[in-house]
Design a protein around this ligand. Structure first.
Ligand code: UDP
Length: 424
C-alpha cells in the first residue's frame, strides 16, 4: 500500500514506553494505547515518532516498529526504572533532549500528542515555544485517582495544577469516555476543548473463539468454572476484593471454581509488593488450590486466556478506561466490573456483563455466583459484548477518529500561522 505523507506527529509518553512488554508495573494500557495508535496512524500515512524515557542501558535508543512508526528513547535522568511519582524532576532534561532531537534532525513536530500529565508538562512547554498544536490524553486524572486512594503522593498538587492548565490551554483534550468528560468538567475545569475518542482493541487478534479448544491449549479442565483477572498488580486494581469474593461461600458452593490471575513483572519492582500481599491473602483464605498466578502473558497468547474463561472480572477501585474489559468482550467473555469511570461506559450492566460497587466482595461474589449459575446468560452477554466492541472499540475505528482530529488540528495550525496560503 502506498499512502501520501499526511504529516509528522510526536506521540509523547514519558513514562509509558510503547516498545516494552505490556502487563508489568509501569506497562499497562497507556503503553498499549500509544503503540497501537502509532502503528495505526502510520498505516494511514502519518509519520509517527513515539518519544519515551530510556529506563535501562540495554534498551536501544531507537526501535523501528514499521515504516513510519518508531519509538525514540531520550535520556532524562539515570537509565534505570524510576517510579512515575518521582519523574517530574527529570522532565526539563527530557524537554532539552526532545528539542535537541528536533534541532539535530532539522524538524519541528507540528502536532504533539501527549499522554499522562508528565508528558502534558512537556507539551505545554513546547506549545509556548514553537509552532505546534497540542492534543492530550489524560489516561488517568489526579482529581479522580486521589479520591479513591488511601495515600496521596507529594507530587499531587503539581499534578493537579498541570492537569488543569493542560485542559484549559491545549488545543484538544481527548477523553476516552463520557464519564471522563464529566470528571474533567466537575473536578478539573469548565474551560477548554474536549473530544471523546475511546481506546480500542485489536479485533483481529481478540476474537470470539471456542472455549473448549482454548482450554485444551492451556491444559485447563473442561469442568472448571474459570474466573479470570488480567492486569497489573496495583492496589487500585482491587485484586484483593476479587480474591475475597472467590473465597465467599456464595462462590465456593459451586464445584471446580478457579481463579486465574494474569499479569505482573518478573523483577523486584513495587508491583511485587502487591503480588506478595495478594499471595499472602490467598494463602490466608486457604485458596492456594483454587488460584493460579500465570505471570505476564503477551497479547499473542492472551486471547486464549480470555476465551478459556467463563467470566473476566475487573474489580478496580478506579479505572479511567480499562482495556482489559474490551479485550475480554472482543473474545466473547462476559465481564463483571466495578461501576467506576470508563468501566461504566464499556460494560453495559445486564447486557454485556454486570457492574458492581467497588471494594464490596459480597456483592462481587453474588454477581459471580449469578453468572456461574446461568450459562445461557453468560453466552448471551458474551455475544452482546463481542458486538459492542466491534461497533465501538476497534483500533481501526479509533484510529480513523484520531486521523480526523489530527487533520483538523493541522488545518487550524496552517490557518493560524500561514493565513496567506490557506486563503485559497
Ligand atoms: N496486559 C498484558 N499482559 C499481561 C497483563 C496485562 O498484555 O500479562 C495488558 C492487557 O492486555 C491490557 C493492558 O495490559 O492491554 C492493561 O490495560 P488496562 O487499560 O486494562 O489497565 P492499566 O494497566 O492501563 O491500568
Amino acid at each position: 500500500m502506498v499512502f501520501e505523507n499526511r504529516g509528522s506527529v510526536a506521540l509523547i509518553s514519558v513514562h509509558g514506553d510503547p516498545a516494552v512488554e505490556f502487563g508489568c508495573e509501569e506497562a499497562g494500557g497507556q503503553n498499549v494505547y500509544v503503540r497501537r495508535v502509532g502503528e495505526e496512524l502510520a498505516d494511514r500515512g502519518w509519520t509517527v515518532d513515539m518519544f519515551t524515557r530510556q529506563s535501562s542501558p540495554d534498551q536501544p535508543e531507537i526501535v523501528e516498529h514499521q515504516p513510519g512508526c518508531r519509538t525514540i528513547r531520550l535520556t532524562a535522568g539515570p537509565k534505570a526504572f524510576i517510579n512515575r511519582n518521582q519523574l517530574f524532576g527529570y522532565l526539563p532534561e527530557f524537554l532539552t533532549a526532545f528539542r535537541q532531537y528536533q534541532a539535530d534532525n532539522s524538524i519541528i513536530y507540528p502536532l504533539v500528542h501527549t499522554n499522562y500529565w508528565l508528558s502534558a508538562w512537556i507539551g505545554l512547554q513546547l506549545k509556548q515555544s514553537q509552532v505546534t498544536r497540542l492534543v492530550h490524553n489524560n489516561h488517568s486524572l489526579g482529581a479522580v485517582k486521589y479520591q479513591s486512594s488511601k495515600t496521596i503522593p507529594l507530587i499531587a498538587r503539581t499534578r493537579l495544577e498541570i492537569e488543569k492548565k493542560c485542559v484549559e490551554t491545549s488545543d484538544c483534550i481527548i477523553a476516552t469516555s463520557p464519564q471522563e468528560v464529566e470528571h474533567i468538567r466537575s473536578l478539573v475545569s469548565t474551560n477548554g476543548n474536549i473530544e471523546i475518542i475511546p481506546c480500542g482493541t485489536d479485533t483481529q487478534r481478540f476474537q470470539a473463539t471456542d472455549q473448549q479448544s482454548a482450554r485444551q491449549k492451556l491444559e485447563i479442565s473442561q469442568a472448571s468454572h474459570l474466573i479470570l483477572y488480567v492486569g497489573r498488580f496495583d492496589p487500585r486494581k482491587g485484586i484483593e476484593t476479587l480474591v475475597r469474593a472467590v473465597a465467599n461461600p456464595q462462590v465456593q458452593r459451586h464445584q471446580n471454581v478457579n481463579l486465574m490471575i494474569v499479569g505482573g513483572s518478573r523483577s523486584e519492582r513495587k508491583d511485587n509488593q502487591e503480588k506478595n500481599r495478594i499471595e499472602a491473602i490467598v494463602k490466608q483464605l486457604g485458596l492456594q488450590d483454587r488460584v493460579t498466578f500465570a505471570g505476564q502473558i503477551s497479547h499473542e497468547f492472551l486471547p486464549d486466556y480470555y476465551a478459556a474463561s467463563d467470566i473476566c472480572v475487573v474489580p478496580s477501585l478506579y479505572e479511567p478506561f480499562g482495556l482489559v474489559p474490551i479485550e475480554a468482550m472482543a473474545c466473547g467473555t462476559p465481564v463483571i466490573a466495578s461501576a467506576v469511570g470508563g468501566l461504566k461506559y464499556t460494560v453495559i450492566d445486564g447486557e454485556t456483563g454486570l457492574l458492581v460497587p467497588p471494594q464490596q466482595d459480597e456483592k462481587l461474589a453474588s454477581a459471580i455466583d449469578h453468572l456461574i449459575s446461568n450459562p445461557a446468560r453468560r453466552q448471551t452477554m458474551g455475544r452482546a459484548g463481542h458486538q459492542r466492541v466491534l461497533a465501538h472499540f476497534s483500533w481501526k475505528g479509533v484510529a480513523n477518529q484520531l486521523d480526523q482530529l489530527y487533520t483538523t488540528q493541522l488545518n487550524h495550525l496552517y490557518r493560524e500561522f500561514f493565513p496567506e496560503n490557506s486563503a485559497s
